[in-house]
Structure formats: C-alpha cells, structure tokens
Design a protein around this ligand. Structure first.
Ligand code: 3PY
Ligand code: MG
Length: 257
C-alpha cells in the first residue's frame, strides 16, 4: 500500500471537497509550513510562480515529509514535464492551455507508463515518498498519479466534450482568469461573471458525464463557494502570498478598538 498522502485518487474518490494551497514562492522552508496548514494539499505553480525544477524538487520533498499530497501546475503542456514532476514525488500534474483532444492525448501519454502512455522509468524520489518497491510503484503509478488538463480558453471550451473523453485523463481544471479573458476577447478578468459561470457549468457537466474530477482555481472564499455550487470539488483555495496578506490584514483588524 502506498503512503496515504500519496494515494490522491483514493482521497478524491470520496467526492469530498479537496481544497489546496497554491504556491508561487520558491522555498522548501515555506513549503514545509504551507503543507502544515489545515488544507488538503499543496500545488506548486511552475507557470506563473517563480518556481523552477531545482526549486520544486526540495519543495515536493518537504510537502511529502509533512504527509500532504504534492501537486504541480506545469509550465506548459510539454511532454518532458509530467514524468519529471512524478519522479520527484508529486502525485498530480495540472497542465495549462490544453485546447484540443490531441493535446490532451499527448498529456496523458507523457504522464502514464505503458500501455497507457510512454512515461520513462526513473522515479527514485517517488519510491521513497510512496514507500513502494520499484515493481509495486510500476504497478500502481498509473492509478495513483493523476493528470488534469486545464480548460482556460474558448477553444478548449468548444472542445471540452472531446477532451473530457480522452482515455486516461483524470480531471478538468478551469483557469477562470484566462477563460474570462478569452471569453471577453481581452476585455477583462471576471471570475464570477455570467459568461464565465455559464462556461464553467458546461465544464463541470462534461467532467461529470465522463467520470472526471471537476477542478478549478478559486482563490478566495466567495469564488470557492460559487464554484462548489457548480459542482467543482477540487479547488485551489488560496495563493501563498495572499495567505500572508490576509493574515496581516486580519491581525490589524483584530487590533482595532
Ligand atoms: C487561470 O485562472 O487562468 C489560471 O491559470 C489559474 O492560475
Ligand atoms: Mg491560466
């Protein structure tokens, strides 16, 4: 049996909300703290955060040491990256800007061992983090490790049924900022706008129809609650720098007389 925090699929199968922090700061010391917050996991943002792979590897180790699932939002839908993240001990990859069925198939190929895909062997750190012997890891990896394709453009929205039916894909993850930017043809970011929410309802329904996990970037309580109302269960709850700012603001507020 893998270590409990390593079996994200089992945890998500309960259908209970999974709320995770979103890190942008490249620090293993901070990751160790963030992993101990009362949230369900930690995602490293390697697209818009300042985190490169040499930063991510010790951060993933710190998150695993705290007994939480480590997730990675990759820089791009590059076939080299999912295997590298999983080898380092992450259990979930969220790939940005996946717009077509062919791109979703390429993502799954990169993330899974044969016969589902073409991931290459070498997960030394993943063996320690999971507590599995090599043969057990090879047997369990395609089930344990999860891969989400981001739906964050009008093109992806138009193709969402085909993308959601991609064999081996585990979930859809909405990037509401980019989605609202493309829906409005660059006019603005509106994570709670009517068009954004209608688009997100379509994504949630496609996920449900295809047995996928419905995920999205939330970022604050109002957005999280609204997205939960649309059926999203796997939600980025808050960014590390926002948590610090909110903490300071709440301290000052409680000092007011
Ligand atoms: C988006 O909202 O576009 C995202 O990628 C979340 O960070
Ligand atoms: Mg985005």
């Amino acid at each position: 049996m893998p270590a409990e925090h390593f079996d994200l699929r089992m945890r998500l199968a309960s259908g209970e909300p999974f709320l995770f922090s979103w890190m942008s700061v490249p620090s293993a010391a901070l990751a160790a703290q963030v992993a101990r917050l009362p949230l369900d996991g930690v995602c490293l943002d390697m697209q818009h955060g300042m985190i490169g792979f040499t930063d991510a590897a010790p951060m993933i180790a710190a998150i695993n040491a705290a007994g939480r699932p480590a997730l990675v939002r990759t820089l791009w839908n590059d076939p080299a990256i999912p295997g590298q993240a999983f080898d380092a001990g992450a259990v979930c990859v969220i790939a940005p800007m996946v717009n077509t069925r062919a791109q979703a198939e390429a993502l799954v190929r990169a993330a899974k061992y044969p016969p589902m895909g073409s991931r290459s062997w070498g997960g030394y750190t993943a063996l320690q983090a999971s507590g599995l012997a090599p043969s057990e890891y090879l047997r369990e990896a395609n089930r344990m490790t999860m891969v989400f394709s981001m739906v964050e453009t009008v093109e992806a929205l138009d193709n969402v049924e085909e993308i959601a039916a991609t064999p081996g894909l585990d979930g859809l993850f909405v990037g509401p900022s980019d989605l609202s930017i493309t829906l409005s043809r660059g006019a603005g970011i509106d994570k709670l706008g009517k068009d954004t929410l209608a688009a997100m309802a379509k994504v949630s329904a496609a996920a449900r129809r295809n047995g996928l996990v419905a995920g999205a970037f939330g970022g604050n309580a109002e957005v999280i609650k609204t997205y939960q109302g649309l059926g999203f269960t796997f939600l980025a709850a808050a960014v590390d720098v926002d948590l610090l700012q909110w903490g300071a603001a709440s301290l000052l507020k409680s000092l007011e007389v």
